[in-house]
Write a protein that binds this ligand. Structure first.
Ligand SMILES: Nc1ncnc2c1ncn2[C@@H]1O[C@H](COP(=O)(O)OP(=O)(O)O)[C@@H](O)[C@H]1O
Ligand SMILES: [Mg+2]
Length: 256
């Protein structure tokens, strides 16, 4: 059993729990995360990093707030693409989120993305179906996309399993763009994510998910391409409208 609270520093606790075999301590986010191996399992443990470090864009309290959002998201939606959140351990350095460790390669770096894009179309479509089904569950639970890009996806090329992580900047319910150019990769962002005051809602989620397919699938079959083009030009009124059309178009495609 993992405790709900510790009195020592996260790293000291993790050193006692098992062996730290991976460190993610140079992220732009300011978060520090660790891969930890115990006698019977591997964990991915995420923390808000150094409370006294002033360099990250978000200060410590804001980083902690995003981790609390990640906890709410993990507790509201279960899906095979999401690593299980086993525990949240409170410490003087904020919460430690103890997730299941997932093997896989981030699709963010260009070389890995290219390796992914040359896979058979069916394999890529299976991954997109998983991504879209996950977002249908998230959308039903009220979650609206925030800062999604290919670096939030890991793919295990051997087992063909997709993992989606780092959804900490998703927001429950529609919100407004208070930044102008919001965080994110412009290859994925919807126009409203660049416009101060614009509403961000499930239509935005639909746009960003369509962009994901356009980035990851080099040559979509015509019925799917039509749905993706519509999602990024005239737009769909909601994520579920996009998803319904995607499922219908997929059924046509696989019948060919
Ligand atoms: N469940 C997981 N299992 C294994 N590695 C993970 C897992 N979640 C994230 N990672 C790796 O850790 C890195 C940092 O995690 P991420 O959630 O993106 O944190 P940050 O908020 O610092 O960007 C990711 O880029 C990925 O390589
Ligand atoms: Mg990240």
């Amino acid at each position: 059993m993992l405790p709900s609270e510790i009195a020592v520093h996260p790293v000291d606790y993790l050193d006692r729990l098992g062996t730290i075999f991976a460190r993610f301590t140079t992220q732009d986010s300011g978060n520090f995360s660790y891969g930890v191996e115990t006698a019977d399992t591997r964990y991915f443990v995420k923390t808000a990093g150094d409370p006294s470090d002033p360099t990250p864009y978000l200060d410590f309290d804001d980083r902690v707030a995003l981790l609390r959002t990640a906890v709410e998201l993990a507790r509201s939606v279960q899906h095979p693409a999401l690593p299980t959140l086993h525990a949240v351990i409170e410490s003087a350095a904020g919460p430690m989120l103890v997730y299941e460790w997932r093997d896989g390669e981030l699709l963010g770096p260009p070389a890995t993305r290219e390796r992914f894009r040359v896979l058979p179309a069916d394999e890529i479509l299976t991954v997109l179906d998983t991504l879209y089904e996950l977002h249908a569950r998230l959308d039903e639970a009220g979650w609206v996309e925030g800062d999604f890009y290919d670096g939030a996806m890991m793919y295990d090329f051997g087992t063909r399993r997709l993992t989606v992580m780092d959804l900490d900047t998703y927001v429950r319910g529609p919100y407004r763009n208070t930044m102008g150019r919001m965080f994110g990769s412009e290859r994925f962002m919807a126009p409203e994510q660049l416009a101060l005051g614009a509403p961000i809602d499930s239509r935005t989620t639909a746009y960003v998910m369509a962009r994901a397919a356009l980035v990851l699938l080099p040559d979509p079959p015509a019925p799917l391409r039509e749905v993706l083009v519509e999602a990024t030009t005239t737009r769909f009124p909601s994520y579920s409208a996009f998803y319904d059309r995607w499922l219908t178009a997929s059924a046509t495609t696989s019948a060919c």
